[in-house]
Design a protein around this ligand. Structure first.
Ligand SMILES: NC(=O)C1=CN([C@@H]2O[C@H](COP(=O)(O)OP(=O)(O)OC[C@H]3O[C@@H](n4cnc5c(N)ncnc54)[C@H](OP(=O)(O)O)[C@@H]3O)[C@@H](O)[C@H]2O)C=CC1
Ligand SMILES: CCCCC/C=C/C=O
Length: 332
């Protein structure tokens, strides 16, 4: 009999979540039925969307999230023992699944052979955030050689990836993030052209200096005043991919921000929201392209790894507070 450990939601968080909003419990798992497999978590992902969903989950539900897990028992020939899969199993150590992916999540996939690359990439550059960057940027921003691209949340999983694809596509790239160390990583290692620290610099003034020509594409991971400032400096017919709004996820009330309608109307911007599951039917295309770019040395990645399943809450809060560079991961 296998005992799974799992974190359940005890209280709907107010503001930044507290450890007391969650409870660690044990669950005895039954024997497998036909078509089912038993998996053991190896890496878990902590992502901003978890905060957005926390308020909608029923209390005592297992906290949502994806993980790379090893199949340790199988009664399903599609999922043999020893294979690694990426599944939306939540904050738990062991799971029984029949392979159907959870509603509204990315597809359950068997990881392709990654060679020497870490399996944890299945949660980052070769997983949901990687596909968000790949499809979201290419399909919505439609970048052209020589164009100027601004990315907010630039040193995180999605943002650092978007900026590198923009460089691959021949664009000038400006990243906005919260520390100078992140800025150094973006410009010195990833090839971003410029960096703006939104915590210590005036984003509008700096943007005028580094992009006097105006901005063609804005990939928005944060929302709020940063985004209004960028949109006010966009070129006519600029494209905005609205991917995330982390600046407001901990807010109880919808924050009051300057209206974006003036630049949308006068610069005739095309503003489009995206949700990565839109491209579920092309999922492996994104993963294979990102894998190829890594192998070609065109796409770099960084992971901020927290050790220990029991530390997943701390890893989550640390990521929400900007403690991560690249993808935030928990190693079980
Ligand atoms: N639409 C979709 O399908 C998807 C959307 N997303 C969204 O993309 C965004 C990035 O996700 P992901 O790459 O996984 O996360 P990140 O790895 O970027 O981690 C979150 C980062 O957000 C930054 N941040 C936190 N608070 C603020 C704030 N108030 N203002 C500006 N930046 C802030 C922090 O960096 P810093 O030090 O710079 O402050 C932190 O490191 C999120 O908004 C997420 O919800 C992600 C995946 C799919
Ligand atoms: C597999 C879950 C998809 C989550 C997409 C994230 C949306 C917003 O942050």
């Amino acid at each position: 009999m296998v005992k799974a450990k799992k974190f359940v939601l005890r209280k709907h968080p107010e503001g930044l979540p507290k450890s007391t909003d969650f409870k660690l419990v044990e669950e005895e798992l039954p024997p497998l039925k036909e078509n089912e497999v038993l998996t053991e978590a190896v890496f878990l992902s902590v992502d901003p969307y978890m905060r957005a969903y926390m308020s909608t989950l029923s209390l005592d539900t297992t906290m949502i999230g994806s993980q790379v897990a090893k199949i340790i028992e199988s009664r399903n020939p599609k999922y043999p023992v020893g294979k690694y899969i990426v599944g939306q199993f939540g904050w738990r150590t062991h799971t029984i699944t029949d392979g159907a992916s959870a509603a509204g999540s990315g597809p359950l996939i068997v990881l392709p052979d990654l060679g020497d690359l870490p399996l944890s990439l299945g949660l980052g550059v070769l997983g949901m955030p990687g596909n968000t960057a790949y499809f979201g940027f290419l399909e919505i921003c439609l970048p052209k050689v020589g164009e100027t691209v601004v990315v907010s949340g630039a040193a995180g999983a999605v943002g650092s990836h978007v900026g590198q694809i923009a460089k691959i596509k021949g664009c000038k790239v400006i990243g906005i993030a919260g520390t100078d160390e992140k800025g150094k990583w973006l410009t010195k290692e990833l090839g971003f052209d410029h960096f703006i620290n939104y915590k210590t610099q005036n984003v509008g003034e700096e943007l005028k200096k580094v992009a006097p020509e105006g901005v063609h594409c804005y990939f928005d991971n944060v929302g709020g005043e940063i985004s209004i400032t960028v949109m006010n400096q966009m070129k006519m017919y600029g494209r905005v991919a609205v991917c995330g709004a982390i600046s407001s996820y901990n807010e109880k009330e919808t924050p009051k921000v300057t209206s974006p309608f003036r630049p949308i109307i006068f610069q005739q911007l095309k503003v489009e929201g995206l949700y990565v599951t839109r491209w579920n039917d092309r999922w492996m295309e994104g993963i294979n392209q990102n894998l190829q770019w890594i192998k070609q040395g065109k796409l770099k990645y960084h992971e901020t790894v927290t050790e220990g399943f029991q530390n997943i809450f701390n890893a989550f809060v640390d990521m929400m507070n900007g403690g991560n560079t690249g993808k935030a991961i928990v190693k079980v």
